[in-house]
Write a new protein. Structure first.
Length: 492
């Protein structure tokens, strides 16, 4: 059994064909908390990617391809059990890479990562297919039934904001229906993916069924996977610009694509809303994970009679957030993912001033007087007074930031919510249930919450419209993407 490479060892290895591979160049993974070195990471070159693709193709022709639904489901349950056995290791790896709070890593990221394997393993095992008894006009009869075959070799390119959760959200259904997978985590968050490779190995995953390659996007593992002629599908979560680049790279081979991309999500707060619930819910939707969740709210529209009161209340909630070391049990918000991303978010804070906005709170970086001053920290920030056409209102910031503007009528609120090139999520706050249904149905987004945020059922469709993505994930929607239906017709 090949020696594993712990997530915090000197170098994180690739995992190809059932063995860890430390060949090639390495790059440095830095802590966003204080700028220190977390680990070194092996970058997969073209040779490593080619070996991974070949191993995946061989797995489909071998033991993995011959495995039945029940056996695959049992194996994925073992993977979930393995994540839970090493729960604390995963928590520490996730916190080291992202700087997210101990509370979030323990209650959301790692439990959901394990749950994804169980949910999709069970859904795939219980999946039904179509069957029709056919009688033709000339009196012949036939039996038509469908079988669901895996797409083949699937490249999973995952983001850095919820590393394990969003990686497994794609891995689990892809594996559950029998695909062989090559996973590429973000270069900013390689640690929990490497731990997952260890768990896969320990669970007895057949060689080549799961492969892991580390690296970057252009001229590295991401582009190599997107362009590879022997990869059948690419699934990606990340910013819209990167999705467009992957689409161009995959076009020559007409690969199946599933993208969950960026958002500029709107919250509509009506004057009849439960005020305290709307403030608390909006604060969560703006500042959770430092605003680094594709579903976070960046545009808040509040009905004019309660506008000033709402701005003051959200300001108070933002200023009460505890920005502290990730391992503190009372920490509400950690740093951003990297110094590069911090500089981008701070540039938007300055742009908001240039565009004529009023900084209600925040607008800069905190000062700690300790090692955290070398990290990627920013202040939670609220802005008012910007024009709807301003860049800060139209472009995704992906930080703890929102712009608040007033509206007068329901029609105006809907128009404001829909005046975006994005269409991932929206939130409606009202005690009028008829209005909640009515407004939610008219918002151009893949998911709309009423009087809540981030409440998810893994069986429901998830994805965006416009620049926010292609296709849907979740439940049968994920299984439908990762499997190709074939109709078999037998004349009776």
């Amino acid at each position: 059994m090949p020696a594993s490479t712990p997530a915090h060892s000197e170098c994180l290895a690739n995992y190809v064909g059932g063995a860890f591979d430390s060949s090639g160049n390495t790059f440095t993974n830095l802590s966003p908390v204080d700028g220190s070195v977390v680990n070194r990471v092996c970058e997969a070159d073209a040779a490593v990617v080619n070996r991974a693709v070949a191993a995946a193709r061989a797995a489909l022709a071998g033991d993995w391809g011959a495995m039945g639904d029940n056996e695959r489901s049992a194996l994925l349950h073992k993977v979930a059990d393995g994540i839970e056995r090493r729960f604390d290791d995963f928590v520490q790896a996730e916190m080291a890479d992202t700087g997210k709070s101990l509370w979030q890593a323990r209650t959301i990221d790692i439990p959901r990562g394990a749950a994804n394997f169980r949910v999709f393993a069970d859904l795939a095992r219980q999946r039904a297919s179509e069957c029709f008894h056919t009688t033709t006009a000339d009196g012949r009869q036939a039996l038509n039934y469908a079988i669901n075959k895996p797409l083949g070799v699937v490249a999973v390119i995952a983001p850095w904001n919820l590393p394990l959760l969003l990686l497994t959200w794609k891995l689990a259904p892809a594996l559950a229906v029998g695909n062989a997978v090559i996973a590429k985590p973000s270069e900013d968050t390689p640690s929990s993916a490497t731990l997952l490779a260890e768990v896969m190995h320990e669970a007895g995953m057949p060689p080549g069924a799961f492969n892991l390659v580390h690296g970057f996007g252009p001229d590295s593992a991401g582009e190599l996977l997107s362009r590879h002629p022997d990869i059948d599908a690419v699934t990606f979560t990340g910013e819209s610009r990167t999705g467009s680049a992957i689409m161009r790279a995959a076009a020559d081979n007409v690969k199946a694509l599933s993208f969950e991309l960026g958002g500029k999500n709107a919250a509509l707060v009506f004057e009849d809303a439960d005020f305290d619930a709307a403030v608390e819910g909006t604060a969560k939707s703006v500042f959770t994970n430092g605003g680094q969740v594709c579903l976070c709210t960046e545009r808040v529209y509040v009905q004019r009679p309660i506008f000033d009161r709402f701005v003051a209340a959200l300001k108070g909630r933002a200023e009460a957030l505890r920005i502290d070391w990730p391992d503190s049990p009372d920490t509400d918000m950690g740093p951003l993912i990297s110094h590069e991303h911090r500089d981008k978010v701070l540039a938007y804070y300055q742009l908001a001033r240039t565009e004529g906005g009023t900084i209600v709170t925040g607008g800069g970086a905190p000062h700690f007087g300790d090692a955290r001053d070398s990290g990627a920290w920013v202040q939670p920030t609220i802005v008012t007074g910007l024009a709807e056409q301003s860049r800060c209102v139209t472009e995704e910031v992906f930080g703890p930031f929102c712009h608040i503007a007033p509206f007068d009528t329901e029609e105006e609120a809907i128009a404001l919510a829909n005046a975006s090139d994005y269409g991932l999520a929206g939130t409606v706050w009202t005690t009028n249930l008829q209005r909640g249904h009515r407004v939610a149905q008219r918002i151009h987004a893949g998911i709309v919450w009423v009087n809540t945020w981030y409440l998810r059922d893994l069986r429901t469709p998830f994805g965006g419209v416009k620049l926010s993505g292609i296709g849907r994930e979740g439940g049968q929607h994920s299984l439908n993407f990762y499997a190709e239906p074939t109709n078999i017709c037998i004349q009776l």
